[in-house]
Design a protein around this ligand. Structure first.
Ligand code: HEM
Length: 496
């Protein structure tokens, strides 16, 4: 019996091997693949960025990696621009596989994971509403500054500034911005268990999926999802976590909608949910509203929080650049009021510092995957419609030859001669928000948050390593590169 089974498996293997090899040959060349499992054994979450950097060099900027789903990696800045900007439409799809439903509210909903008309409509609607609410300027800026004011008050009130954990204060400060924008709600610093549970669950899902070959197999071979036990281990348990997070978003949206009927024009602008409901009237599709809010709530806090947590460590580690940043902020803004976006033109070093934080933190080991919507040709390689593709923004920021000594933290690298303006060709290569039609929908808000948070931190505190400790800048080896948890020492800057 066992012998028969073995013969059957071996027979199938040799029958399908030539077909598999012929299929592999249809993609742009890449590192050698093992039959059926592709590059899974030598492409691990922990070293994904290093593998991409090596293969990108070996295969002249474009290669296919099989995990075991084939992904065409587009490596250098010029080629990513050729694909994502010059051929923007062809590269505007988001990959859909059944297993990936484990990470989303529902297929064909929201902005981040939808495609075609749903994506175009939801993204356009969301950006119009955000713009009307003042994204990237005035109203939004005031929301950010309010949140920063509360952050500073909270940090000032902490009993021991010698050894401060800024992880949760930063998270709450960032969450309160998106919470206020979407729902006109705020988390209190001393009562935010709901937020902590949400964030802990989100991180657990990221971490578990990053390290799960079983999940990757289920992405390529969906029948695994239907197998008892294995299907649950591969996908079901992650979906359960996602649905718990969705429950929080759905309940919040419902309770905001139930608050009061909209009566005045001002009500329409109270928050995203009200503006969306007003805009759609009877046409409202609740599942789209839930999914779009979930996308903005999740994408709008974890990324910005992680970058700011890195920023605190860079400030503590690199004292000279911290001092230069503070001196500039003090000379332009003083200490009596918090920085604002109108100060930005007079704060070229602070602007450079923010760009260097984004570049050096480089929080995504790989960009969010896309899919081609039509046949296309990039760098002479034919790429057929429906191929999974990924523009390697991590490589561009960590190794593009335009950045001299990219392994060093040097905010001044962006300053043009005279120190008053920035070098555009370098600024363009800070692609943390990606480029093209599917680039980050919250970029304008994120830039305001990062600039104001950074300048406020430098204005208000001297940030040092805790006495006797060194700052460790080794990231966690997950898809999102988090800093290791570590405290800092704060010295409040006296008002002059
Ligand atoms: C430092 C902070 C942030 C970083 C580094 C970041 C980065 C990114 C990246 C790399 C993408 C994928 C782009 C692509 O497919 O090529 C993305 C997409 C997205 N981001 Fe952000 N993001 C940040 C903050 C935010 C904020 C604050 C929001 C919401 C307010 C947001 C909402 C979104 C949404 C909705 C998408 C999906 C866009 C689409 O598929 O059309 N992000 N972001």
């Amino acid at each position: 019996m066992w012998l028969l089974l073995l013969c059957l498996v071996v027979g199938l293997f040799f029958y399908y091997l030539p077909k598999y090899n012929a299929w592999v040959a249809r993609f742009p060349p890449g590192p050698p693949v093992k039959p059926f499992i592709g590059n899974m054994l030598n492409y691990k979450a922990a070293h994904m960025a290093d593998s991409n950097a090596k293969w990108g060099k070996d295969f002249d900027g474009l290669f296919t990696v099989f995990v075991p789903l084939p992904i065409i990696m587009i490596h250098d800045y010029e080629t990513v621009r050729e694909a994502y900007v010059d051929n923007g439409n062809a590269f505007s799809g988001r990959i859909y596989r059944r297993a990936l439903e484990a990470l989303i509210y529902e297929k064909d909903t929201g902005v981040l994971n939808s495609n075609g008309d749903v994506w175009r409509e939801e993204r356009r609607k969301a950006l119009t509403i955000m713009r009307d609410l003042g994204m990237g300027k005035n109203v939004m800026e005031e929301i950010v500054r309010d949140s920063l004011r509360e952050f500073v008050d909270h940090v000032d009130s902490l009993p021991n500034h010698e050894n401060v954990d800024l992880r949760w204060p930063i998270q709450i400060m960032v969450s309160n911005v998106i919470n206020e924008v979407l729902f006109a709600r705020k988390f209190a610093y001393d009562n935010c268990e709901e937020l902590m549970n949400f964030v802990t669950l989100m991180k657990k899902n990221f971490d578990e999926i990053s390290f799960s070959p079983l999940f990757m197999l289920a992405v390529a071979f969906p029948f695994i999802i239907d197998l008892p036990w294995l299907g649950y281990r591969a996908v079901g348990r992650h979906k359960e976590n996602t649905m718990k997070m969705m429950k929080f978003v759905v309940n919040t949206v419902d309770s905001v909608l139930a608050e009061q009927p909209l009566e005045t024009e001002a009500d329409e602008h109270r928050c995203f949910v009200h503006a969306y409901a007003h805009k759609m009237g009877d046409q409202i599709e609740k599942k789209q509203l839930y999914a779009t809010c979930a996308d903005f709530f999740m994408a709008g806090q974890e990324t910005t929080t992680t970058v700011l947590r890195w920023a605190v460590l860079f400030l503590a580690k690199f004292q000279d650049s911290q001092k230069r940043l503070r001196d500039e902020v003090h000379s332009v803004v003083g200490t009596e009021r918090l920085p604002s976006m109108t100060d930005k033109n007079q704060l070229p070093y602070a602007h450079s510092y923010m760009l260097e934080v984004l570049r050096f933190a480089n929080i995504l080991q790989a960009n969010i995957m896309r899919v081609t919507t039509e046949d296309t040709v990039i760098k002479g390689h034919r790429i057929s419609a429906g191929s999974a593709v990924n523009g390697d923004i991590h490589y561009i920021m960590s190794k593009d030859p335009h950045f001299e000594q990219p392994e060093k933290f040097m905010p001044e690298r962006f300053l043009a001669e005279g120190g008053q303006s920035l070098k555009k060709e370098l600024v363009d290569r800070v692609v943390a928000f990606s480029i093209g039609k599917r680039s980050c929908a919250g970029e304008a808000l994120a830039r305001v948050e990062l600039f104001l948070a950074l300048t406020t931190l430098a204005q208000q505190y001297e940030i040092h390593p805790v006495e006797g400790q060194e700052i460790d800048l080794t990231p966690t080896q997950t898809f999102v590169q988090f800093p290791k948890e570590q405290n800092v020492k704060l010295v409040k800057v006296n008002r002059s």
